[in-house]
Design a protein around this ligand. Structure first.
Ligand SMILES: NC(=O)c1ccc[n+]([C@@H]2O[C@H](COP(=O)([O-])OP(=O)(O)OC[C@H]3O[C@@H](n4cnc5c(N)ncnc54)[C@H](OP(=O)(O)O)[C@@H]3O)[C@@H](O)[C@H]2O)c1
Length: 288
């Protein structure tokens, strides 16, 4: 069995098409399992957020991605209340304004309170903050792991250089990096580094916030498989070894975004998508 592999799930290479994506997980360095498909919630709030999160869980989603900055942790807390917490995987992120050792501990405690849970499955640094030495932040993360408030820790919007600094500064393993990743923001260096260091890579904006939905290459490939461009984008990322967290406020899109089983992209189709050649960041970040 390869490093970072559980069952038939492979990081960084094609996964088995016949096994449901909902049952596939990535074995994090902490030892915990992270589902490879989840729900993003950046723009969801209020009753829509509560309803969509609840519907998603009923459909089989287990990974829910939030952040203190999204302002929707209380809604998510209400949505998950009726479900078995141990079957869910909740990711939250600490704001880059709260990265000192004390601030991060307080920020996590607020997130737990809003979410109505006593632990986070994964806690990420949302963005780097050069004003606060990474050692201080990782000390706070370590404390949270020791207190069992957090099971696994990671980062977001970290390039390879910052990942190396975080790894060197941390007593607990850096289990995950979450970065913008889609066919219009293809990546080479970060996935390769993550694969080599057994860091799960989460693709945020996996549909480029909708920008890839009418792409002619994705549409043509999708037609061949009887799938949408959105599904082709998600499938391409999964076959690259990434974890995907598409966001939607629509029930039909919730269903569509997990209808990824029983088919896969051929090597030539993967290559065609690699060759699209459009570079379009949808999140304005200077970091990655
Ligand atoms: N760490 C970070 O800094 C960071 C930054 C950005 C995002 N994120 C995370 O990543 C998640 C996803 O990113 P995102 O929400 O920005 O972008 P996204 O998932 O790439 O795109 C969301 C958009 O696509 C539409 N959509 C979803 N499924 C669809 C489908 N099957 N067919 C057609 N349209 C579809 C949605 O509209 P409908 O509502 O109409 O479906 C929505 O407008 C966020 O929610 C957040 O959790 C993290």
């Amino acid at each position: 069995m390869r490093k970072g592999v559980i069952g038939t799930v492979y990081h960084g290479e094609s996964r088995r098409p016949m096994e449901s994506v909902l049952s596939q997980s990535y074995r994090l360095q902490s030892g915990y399992l992270m589902p490879i498909v989840g729900l993003g919630t950046w723009m969801l709030n209020g009753s829509t957020c509560e309803r969509i999160v609840s519907m998603a869980i009923q459909l089989g989603y287990r990974l829910i991605d939030t952040a203190e900055l999204y302002g929707n942790e209380a809604e998510i807390g209400r949505a998950i209340r009726g479900f078995d917490r141990s079957a869910l995987f909740i990711t939250s992120k600490v704001s880059s304004a709260h990265l000192s050792t004390n601030d991060i501990v307080h920020a996590c405690s607020r997130s737990l309170k809003h979410l109505g849970t006593d632990y986070l499955d994964l806690y990420l640094i949302h963005w780097p903050n050069d004003a606060i030495p990474i050692e201080y932040t990782m000390e706070g993360m370590q404390h949270l792991v020791e207190q069992r408030a957090v099971r696994s820790v990671g980062v977001s919007n970290f390039d390879v250089g910052r990942l190396q600094e975080a790894i060197a500064a941390s007593e607990v393993p850096i289990c995950n990096d979450q970065v913008e990743y889609h066919p219009y923001r293809p990546r080479r260096e970060i996935p390769e580094f993550c694969r080599e260091h057994n860091i799960a890579l989460t693709a945020y904006c996996p549909l480029a916030k909708g920008a890839v939905l009418h792409d002619p290459v994705l549409t043509r490939i999708g037609r061949r498989h009887g799938k949408s461009a959105a599904q082709v984008s998600l499938r391409w990322l999964i076959q690259k070894g990434a974890i995907v967290i598409p966001e939607t406020s629509s029930l039909s899109h919730l269903r569509e975004n997990i209808d990824l089983d029983g088919w896969e992209l051929a090597a030539e189709e993967m290559q065609e998508i690699d060759n699209i050649g459009i570079e379009a960041k949808v999140v304005d970040t200077v970091y990655t």
